[in-house]
Design a protein around this ligand. Structure first.
Ligand code: ATP
Ligand code: MG
Length: 251
């Protein structure tokens, strides 16, 4: 079975999609066969990988509308070695679809998925809904990107409560890979303070190495390329390479 990593934070704009796309690209470059699954109907993973979606494109959201749909029908190779995408449906409405919390977990056991991939990365929407429940139920590891601003601690606490519910209910194998400070700048006092508060509260072993603020990461997205291909010498590429090496130990 592939190792499944969910990237989650209910708060919007914390860098979930940037982490999903770039972590997927790093693990793929390290030789893992990676499937990136975009559960967010904003459909930004396709943008970040330079893929155009038309209204007839099969998507991961088909499995939530129809129990007979397969996830593998939505999988498409990208131009990047070892990296495939199951794109999101931009027309999927929040709250649409069946209530089944295990639909994704079942879909990930399809033979075409288990035999073709070593790692599955799940990008999630900034909401607490059935799609997030599906993602947390299907995953082995959760990565929580957060902005080092004062509300981050509360967001982390809320997420921990959700994780405890999942771990004591539908998915006892779910583990926290760590909190990931995003867009951090060590010259900004509130960034240093918030990051150290989260570390103090949850423990140093639950912190992942910082992804510094780097406008090249935003540009790479616009260019439809992971940062390692768009600006290989940038700060962002350096930070994601470090994160990739660390995550590779889990899968
Ligand atoms: N380290 C960084 N430095 C500079 N800009 C960044 C960095 N990480 C992400 N960004 C930019 O911040 C914005 C939000 O990032 P992203 O879309 O990844 O967040 P998200 O959590 O997926 O958002 P949403 O909740 O809407 O899905 C994007 O414009 C992205 O390019
Ligand atoms: Mg996103």
């Amino acid at each position: 079975m592939p190792v499944t990593i969910v990237v989650s934070n209910r708060k919007g704009g914390t860098g979930k999609t940037t982490v999903s796309v770039n972590m997927a690209a790093e693990l793929a470059a390290l030789g893992r066969r990676v499937l990136l699954v975009d559960l967010d109907s904003q459909s930004h993973c396709a943008v970040g990988l330079g893929i155009k979606i038309s209204k007839d494109t099969p998507t991961v959201h088909d499995i939530f509308r129809n129990a007979n749909s397969s996830l593998s029908a939505a999988v498409r190779q990208t131009v990047f070695n070892n990296l495939a995408l199951a794109p999101a449906d931009p027309l999927f409405e929040h709250g649409e679809g069946d209530r089944d919390g295990e639909r994704l977990k079942k879909a990930l056991t399809e033979h075409e998925i288990t035999s073709n991939f070593d790692v599955v990365i799940l990008d999630t929407p900034p909401s607490h809904d059935n799609l997030l429940l599906n993602a947390l139920t299907a995953a082995n590891w959760v990565v929580v990107p957060f902005l080092p601003h004062p509300l981050a601690g509360e967001g982390a606490r809320q997420l921990m409560r959700v994780l405890f519910k999942i771990i004591s209910g539908p998915n006892q194998q779910l583990k926290l890979a760590g909190f990931l400070p995003m867009m951090a700048n060590e010259n900004i006092r509130i960034h240093r303070k918030t990051t150290s508060d989260v570390e103090h509260q949850f423990g140093a072993s639950r912190m992942l190495p910082v992804i510094r603020s780097d406008i090249r990461l935003a540009e790479a997205f616009g260019a439809g390329k992971p940062i390692r291909y768009y600006a290989p010498k940038s700060r962002g590429a350096e930070d994601f390479a470090q994160l990739g090496n660390l995550m590779a130990k889990l899968c």
